[in-house]
Write a protein that binds this ligand. Sequence first.
Ligand SMILES: Nc1ncnc2c1ncn2[C@@H]1O[C@H](COP(=O)(O)OP(=O)(O)O)[C@@H](O)[C@H]1O
Ligand SMILES: [Mg+2]
Length: 303
Amino acid sequence: MTKKPTTDALPKGAADTGRSLASQRENAFLGEDRRRAEWGRRLDGRRTVLEVRGVTKVYQLEGIEVHALCGVSVAIREGEMVAIMGPSGSGKSTLMHIIGLLDRPTSGVVSIEGEVVGDLTPNQLAGLRNQHIGFVFQSFNLLARTGAQANVELPLVYGGVSGSERARRAREALERVELGDRLNHTSGQLSGGQQQRVAIARALVTNPSIVLADEPTGNLDSRSGVEVMGILQDLNAQGITVVIVTHDANVARHARRIVELRDGEIVRDEPVPDRLDAHDEIIQLGMNTVGGVERARAAGDPA
Ligand SMILES: Nc1ncnc2c1ncn2[C@@H]1O[C@H](COP(=O)(O)OP(=O)(O)O)[C@@H](O)[C@H]1O
Ligand SMILES: [Mg+2]
């Protein structure tokens, strides 16, 4: 385990678009050097969409300084799927908020799409955020008595988009997360997994190139968690840059690259050698659960 690697010295995980188990197995058996070289080559020419350099964050809590980030540098390139992993309190959410322009660092440089954001006003930051980034949070953050479609339309309400166009785009986003048949369901009428999928649709409705998700599976049972990871993997396969924050090594293994934090420092930054494919897991889970077997039988599958 390397202490504080500079992101330039390490290959960035990405671009492994093949999702077959065979290719994953092959990947796992490639020599470490060769795998690193391949990652590096595949990333050649990809632009950096998000970057922090030497970022620190010090919170003041009742007169005591809390050093949440102690000099973090990381660059995320277009098309990557990166997991920021670490135990509770290691600084993951702080880093995500800074990368996502929701908060400013105490020191260090933050850029998005190559533009350093240090001198921008809050309004300018909000503009960049809305243009490029969709956020997904652990607790879904949906309006409780509002239907799915209306929740998904919300980010467009302030953007001067007409009502009919908002409705069309919200329905399209809900179809992308396979909830096209739940347009008027409120949170109480949806499972946790479905609520998180509505939240992902809300993140997608502005057509962002980047999705940042903070513990997106944290409030879900394992099957719903895998389904949510499957949606994030699909979005990444469609070219969206995905950053997920998680304390869970199994969740992180759905990404292409893991950046590990400990006490506000990066202690590991590596490609994932044995990436999990959520769709394969769903098939395996389905065969092992009563509901899944019943559904499979009903669909004419002899299993
Ligand atoms: N607003 C805040 N005020 C004071 N301390 C904070 C605040 N937010 C986070 N911290 C502290 O900063 C450290 C990192 O927190 P956080 O980024 O939330 O970690 P993680 O998401 O990995 O659990 C923790 O010690 C936490 O208690
Ligand atoms: Mg957190």
